[in-house]
Design a protein around this ligand. Structure first.
Ligand code: ADP
Ligand code: MG
Length: 573
């Protein structure tokens, strides 16, 4: 494992798997490269300024952990920026296009933006406006150029991530641990975690008919922590991970623009394709579903994709379905939980889920991760029916629950990760941020005090997915001071401070230059068939591609679908 390249892991030897001399550079050198990269990207309207936040400066100690942040340069573009960075209405543009009013004071941007928009429509890098059948689409919100990201950090995250797929699968199969860890969260959050837990009790737990198989399209999210220089794990998503389709298109878009804009600038300013890692997330997501379908050995079955009402991210999903169809000739049926409740049933002979006369041997959830997906009992009944079936679920309700933030926190406690992953725990712990529980009177008081001691340094997280749920700063303080009853359903997490870059984003045809932070998602393709503790049971546990999501530095939350971030790809330096 290429861990020797990271500052807090530094050893005198370079990695055995390092292929080039560049891979033995230190992190400090790596971040110098970021600055160089910033210089050549500047010529392309992609202005990166690496700056320390005041809190980072204060907190960064003089040890090796400062090697990343100490090499940041405070850089300012000479050009004047106008108005609010987020407010396109406050801008005027010097370009001649009649239809646009970019918020970027750079005449080279409009032609490149128009090429990007055109490419996006021509290649399916699009999102729907709201109604599945309306056929009204927008290009997906994207960064115009890839954002610099340290190669060594990327490689480390890529190598460590499959271990988390194995870990969460093992956790999901450990009934005693699940029971113990989620008990209070289920009680304090009866409307959601509690309901999922009831389904787990009824049919997800070993011995209640749960399949001896697990299928996962997972995504582990990391932020580069400037204080430690490490990629710290934000969360592990075990259910409804998205953007495998659009994410791989963004990489292709950025590669295309690198070629397209080549003539515009000096040679030494050019984006190099070799710094833009291949992103196979679309193929990998499809491959996972294909392998799951094959292992069910039911020739005439389809795949069911459980989708949200009014889904806007349908093209991301359909790209995967189309790839599956091209690969194994199997169709995907798209149904909402409401529709499943209306016409789904269990096949008497096989106990597979069946709808409209079609057997489905694989059930792929792109819905059901948020309370808003369950507006009535009908949706809960549908979820129960799906779970009771003998179809292979991606994920099972057990794996879904294993991805809870509460489990993430419990794994960080002393000796817990070590119990599940005795051989890999030391490496895996390197990406753990500080995570704290509110369970029990003693923890409750201790964690409240910790959060209140410096609210800016923590994030308060409920058992929710999909963005927009976390509490920061003033809200965190108010909750810890005044509303502690349901705190056992929350966890307190160390706040991660990634470096900020100046990024040109495209939203609805307009370019905005925004000081931004990035979050790296590493996908995993996972299939187990047989006992979770047998090494031979893991049919597939592969790197599933990557996704960079970039958001305004002023925004606490980070989801693309939730409207906080844009799709991006890493420029490895
Ligand atoms: P969700 O399940 O809603 O996606 P996350 O844990 O991913 O929940 O949090 C949502 C967003 O909040 C992340 O994408 C990230 O931008 C931000 N965030 C979460 N945890 C942290 C943290 N510890 N430090 C800084 N930002 C965080
Ligand atoms: Mg998230």
């Amino acid at each position: 494992m290429k861990t020797t390249l990271l500052p807090s892991l530094a050893s005198s030897s370079s990695s055995s798997s390092s292929k080039s001399s560049s891979s033995s550079r230190t992190y400090h050198q790596c971040s110098c490269a970021l600055v160089v990269c910033a210089a050549f990207l500047r010529g392309r309207g992609h202005h990166h300024r690496y700056r320390r936040r005041p809190s980072q400066t204060a907190a960064t100690n003089a040890s090796s952990s400062s090697s990343l942040s100490s090499s940041f340069r405070f850089r300012r573009s000479n050009k004047t920026r106008r108005g609010s960075q987020n407010d396109s209405s406050s801008s005027s543009s010097t370009n001649s296009s009649m239809l646009v009013n970019d918020d970027v004071d750079d005449p080279t941007i409009r032609p490149t933006a128009e090429e990007a928009i055109s490419w996006a429509f021509q290649h399916g890098l699009v999102v729907a406006s709201g109604k599945e059948t309306a056929g009204q689409v927008f290009h997906a919100p994207v960064a115009l150029y890839p954002t610099p990201f340290p190669k060594d950090v990327f490689e480390f995250a890529k190598e460590i991530t499959p271990k988390f797929a194995e870990l969460y699968d093992k956790v999901s199969e450990d009934d005693a641990f699940m029971r113990e860890t989620l008990r209070e969260a289920a009680l304090s959050d009866p409307e959601f975690t509690g309901r999922l837990w009831k389904i787990y009790e009824a049919c997800g737990k070993r011995g209640n008919g749960r399949l001896d198989k697990e299928l996962g399209i997972l995504r582990t999210d990391y932020m580069l922590d400037t204080r430690s220089g490490m990629p710290l794990q934000v969360e592990v998503n075990t259910v409804s991970t998205s953007f495998m389709g659009l994410g791989s298109k963004v990489t292709l878009l950025h590669q295309h623009l690198a070629e397209y804009t080549k003539g515009n600038i000096d040679d030494d300013m050019k984006l190099k394709k070799e710094n833009m890692p291949t992103n196979d997330s679309l193929n990998q997501a499809a491959k996972t579903l294909c392998e799951g379908w094959k292992c069910m050995e039911c020739e005439n079955a389809s795949i069911l994709m459980v989708v949200q009402e009014g889904e806007t991210n349908i093209f991301d999903q359909r790209l995967i379905s189309q790839k599956v169809f091209e690969t194994i000739g199997v169709k995907t049926i798209r149904k909402t939980l409401r529709e499943i409740n209306e016409s789904g049933r269990l096949d008497l002979k096989t106990n597979l889920f069946s709808i409209d006369g079609q057997l489905c041997s694989v059930i792929y959830f792109r819905a059901g991760y948020s309370p808003s997906d369950f507006p009535s009992e009908a949706q809960w009944e549908a979820k129960m029916l799906l779970e009771k079936s003998s179809s292979l679920k991606s994920p099972s309700v057990a794996m879904h629950l294993a991805g809870s933030k509460k489990i993430q926190q419990a794994l960080a406690e002393e000796g817990v990760l070590e119990k599940f992953m005795p051989n890999d725990a030391t490496e895996m712990r390197k990406v753990f941020a500080g995570l704290y529980s509110f369970e029990g009177e003693k923890n409750m008081q201790k964690t409240i005090q910790l959060g209140l001691s410096n609210p800016a340094d923590y994030v308060l997280k409920p058992q929710r997915e999909g963005g927009g749920n976390n509490l920061y700063g003033k809200e965190l303080k108010e909750k810890l001071e005044n509303d502690t009853k349901d705190l056992p359903a929350y966890i307190l997490m160390q706040r991660i401070f990634p470096p900020s870059h100046q990024v040109t984003m495209l939203r609805k045809g307009l370019a905005h230059e925004i000081e931004s932070l990035s979050e790296l998602g590493i996908y995993g393709s996972y299939l187990r068939k047989g006992d979770v503790n047998s090494n031979t049971a893991r049919v597939m546990n592969e790197h599933g591609g990557s996704l960079l999501r970039t958001k305004a530095a002023s925004s606490d939350e980070g989801g693309v679908a939730a409207g906080y971030a844009v799709l991006d790809s890493p420029y490895l330096v």
